[in-house]
Design a binder for this molecule. Structure first.
Ligand code: NAD
Length: 459
């Protein structure tokens, strides 16, 4: 076992055992300091995100920095309510008794985060973990290295290493960290690595949250308003250059409106990113050459309707639209996670149903329709993480909606109160007086069995 990691983790174990994190005012004070430190480093965070992913400052603020401020604000506003011991109605069987549920921290938690929203996806879970009184060891992604460095700097300034510590590195470091016995593991990333994390966690029976990905379908029926539909699809798909876990992966469009919709998507692309996205400061970049190679391999043998140009060295990948006629290609089998938008047409909803059922439970699903009642019925008839009628991605913006996958798109949930709940064990206990002790439950039962049955049937 790695001795440096061992001593970092032992330090966190001692820190948790010192019970310092149980002090609510201490947690509040640190969350406030975290917010302040982020504010002081806003420019550096934006620069790092720009270097890593070519994000514009506007996009970085909206999708990463604001999101984190919002999570901190919610935690600070509610933490005193969340941590309260709650009285629960008791069972008559235990009469008299007072019953309670109290949230307690799991203890030492390991967080492994990805590169696509490297700031938001590292800090948002951490906020809830701290609010709930856990220590955090964060391993950010080796790909978004500029953001990983600024994350380390901010967190080291605010927290003792025993409370929060960043450990840099790639899969080798993550594998070593997973050997330890954690009290909770929070992982965001791919399905493949999610399975490894789950296997490692199982060795110690450690509970996990897995925030994974998948292929998110987006259905557009013939009643949808073309302009606003195209605008919202373009925004959800091409923000962060398509590297968003809940971006629509592919469209399933009614044949009657397909041509019109494609035309309007192209129009909206030029309004958002100009006719030369490579020159637009609003259009991001792909994280690495490895990911560029993967994306370019998806174009092989495809019918490109729009775009299709890329420059591996510049990590630039043009917004691209593909017409799909079969599902056998890699493009239609694997999560795209980039600015390629496949379009499949349908005539009737049986075809839509068949297409959706080809895939495992996605992280998100969307439908555009004027018939809201039908939209609800549609979304409620498939299992998926979260979704929207007549929009894409935006369900993530409401902290009162739990965020997470189902089946292969993940397990567990977070955001707002859900993050606090994720990092808390809700411990029930009861309190009974000693001055009274009804004899019903004690053997011998011989003479009281009928009475006991009567009572048990009533309560
Ligand atoms: P990834 O699984 O390759 O890496 C995620 C993290 O795991 C990184 O920190 C990485 O260093 C670490 N890792 C890599 N190999 C590992 C191993 N063998 N053992 C332990 N840790 C290992 O994912 P990624 O490429 O960074 O992110 C893209 C994926 O993440 C996509 O599938 C996307 O859908 C998903 N994602 C999901 C969410 C969500 O909230 N559900 C959010 C963002 C991204």
């Amino acid at each position: 076992m790695d001795n440096t990691l061992k001593s970092i983790i032992n330090n966190q174990i001692d820190y948790f055992n010192s019970r310092k994190t149980l002090n609510i005012n201490f947690r509040i004070q640190l969350l406030k300091s975290l917010k302040k430190e982020i504010e002081l480093n806003e420019k550096e965070i934006e620069n790092a995100l720009n270097k890593d992913l070519g994000k514009s400052n506007g996009e970085s603020y909206l999708t990463e920095i604001w999101f984190v401020y919002s999570e901190i604000k919610i935690a600070l506003k509610n933490i005193k309510k969340w941590v309260k011991r709650k009285p629960i109605r008791s069972s008559l069987l235990n009469f008299p008794s007072s019953d309670f549920i109290v949230p307690e921290p799991y203890g030492n938690t390991l967080h492994i985060s990805p590169w696509n929203y490297p700031f938001q996806l590292s800090i948002a879970p951490l906020v809830g973990a701290i609010a709930a009184g856990n220590t955090v060891l964060l391993k950010p992604s080796e790909y978004s290295i500029n953001t990983s460095i600024i994350l380390e700097k901010i967190l080291a300034k605010v927290f003792d290493d025993g409370f929060v510590k960043v450990v840099q590195g790639g899969p080798e470091v993550a594998s070593k960290l997973l050997e330890f016995k954690w009290n909770y593991i929070f992982f965001t990333g791919s399905i493949t690595v999610g399975k490894i994390v789950a296997q490692q966690a199982a060795k110690h029976l450690t509970p996990v949250t897995l925030e994974l990905g998948g292929k998110n379908p987006c259905v557009i029926d013939e009643t949808a308003s073309i302009k606003v539909t195209a605008k919202r699809i373009v925004w959800g798909k091409f923000t962060n250059c398509g590297q968003t876990c809940i971006a629509p992966d592919f469209l399933i469009v009614n044949r009657k409106i397909k041509e019109k919709l494609i035309k309007e998507i192209i129009n909206q692309l030029s309004l958002a990113y100009s006719n030369k996205p490579i020159e637009s400061i609003e259009y991001g970049r792909i994280i690495s050459e490895k990911h560029m190679n993967y994306l370019s391999s998806l174009l092989e043998d495809q019918k490109i309707l729009y775009g299709g140009h890329f420059d591996i060295e510049k990590k630039y990948f043009e917004p691209t639209i593909i017409e799909i006629n079969n599902f056998d290609s890699k493009l239609m089998k694997e999560e795209i996670f980039g600015p390629i938008l496949p379009i499949v047409e349908y005539d009737n909803f049986n075809e839509v149903d068949e297409i959706i059922k080809r895939y495992t439970h996605p992280l998100a699903m969307y439908i555009f329709t004027k018939n809201i009642a039908f939209g609800k019925k549609f979304l409620e008839s498939y299992p998926f993480g979260g979704g929207a009628i007549n929009d894409t991605v935006v369900h993530i913006a409401n902290d009162r909606l739990p965020f997470g996958g189902i089946g292969s798109s993940g397990m567990g949930k977070y955001h707002g109160k859900s993050t606090f709940e994720t990092f808390s064990h809700y411990k029930p206990y009861i309190s009974r007086p000693l001055w009274i002790d009804p004899p019903l439950r004690y053997p011998p039962f011989k003479n009281k069995i009928n009475f006991m049955k009567k009572i048990l049937k009533i309560i």
